[in-house]
Design a protein around this ligand. Structure first.
Ligand SMILES: Nc1ncnc2c1ncn2[C@@H]1O[C@H](COP(=O)(O)OP(=O)(O)OP(=O)(O)O)[C@@H](O)[C@H]1O
Ligand SMILES: [Mg+2]
Length: 233
């Protein structure tokens, strides 16, 4: 379903003489229908840069992102944005809820950005129930715990019933028990037939649902890590 080939992002940094480096460097990656794939890697290894290119938010310096065989970077901005809000669900890294919208409106937002047809409130409430926080629908983001906020972001990413859910460190700063609960939700989502691409830390990768294919990212390069997966299960 999703295939990246030779995906590269060059950044420049430094003072007067700016030095170019590849934050993502020739990455090949695939996610098949219904599959769960995780990417682990140290801070600064290029994980978020990679996901931002895969979700159509950051234009690659080189390489291609194919979705069902079509190069998304060949589309116009409006087409990319419609695709992002319908075919995929994205949980960006960190706090990503809009502070001035309550939980229900945060979850409904991708619907108003894309589909707009049909009844959405009941669906949004059902998604909130699915992630265990239906009782918080009227609350505002500032009134939520970190784990609750992640659940809202997950419900929001699922609102248009995407074929692929992409999540950037969805349990980044949560305790182990909460991490476990969120990982169980991901397992359930995969069980329902949605493919999932996750960026995780080491500990989360180990408790990821069995069957997850794991890539390791180092200095912008991606490598398979099948041997390690076999050792940890
Ligand atoms: N807009 C930018 N301009 C220049 N350099 C950037 C830019 N964005 C990110 N970088 C650099 O690219 C590298 C990869 O950053 P990225 O955010 O992708 O890492 P990450 O693996 O997601 O890290 P973390 O685990 O901390 O979220 C880092 O060295 C970062 O400093
Ligand atoms: Mg990151």
């Amino acid at each position: 379903m999703l295939a990246a080939t030779g995906l590269t992002k060059e950044y420049r940094r430094g003072g007067g003489r700016r030095v170019a480096f590849n934050a993502v460097d020739g990455v090949d990656l695939t996610v098949a229908k219904g599959e769960i794939v995780s990417v682990v890697g140290r801070s600064g290894s290029g994980k978020s840069t990679l996901l931002n290119m895969l979700t159509g938010l950051l234009r690659p310096t080189a390489g291609a992102v194919l979705f069902d065989g079509q190069d998304i970077w060949g589309w116009r901005d409006a087409e990319i944005s419609r695709w992002r809000n319908t075919k995929i669900g994205y949980m960006p890294q960190g706090q990503s809820l809009l502070a001035n919208l309550n939980v229900l409106d945060n979850v409904r937002l991708p619907f108003f950005l894309a589909r707009r047809d049909g009844e959405i409130t009941a669906k949004a409430l059902a998604r909130l129930a699915q992630v265990g926080i239906a009782h918080l629908a009227a609350n505002f983001p500032a009134e939520l715990s970190g784990g609750e906020a992640r659940r809202v972001a997950l419900a929001r990413a699922l609102i248009n019933a995407p074929e692929l859910l992409i999540a950037d460190e969805p349990t980044g700063d949560l305790d182990l028990a909460t991490t476990n609960e969120i990982m169980k939700l991901f397992a359930q989502i995969v069980g329902d037939g949605t493919a999932v691409l996750l960026v995780t830390h080491e500990a989360e990768a180990v408790i990821s649902p069995t069957g997850a294919r794991i890539y390791e990212m180092t200095g912008g390069k991606l490598a398979g890590r099948d041997k390690k997966v076999m050792r940890t299960h």
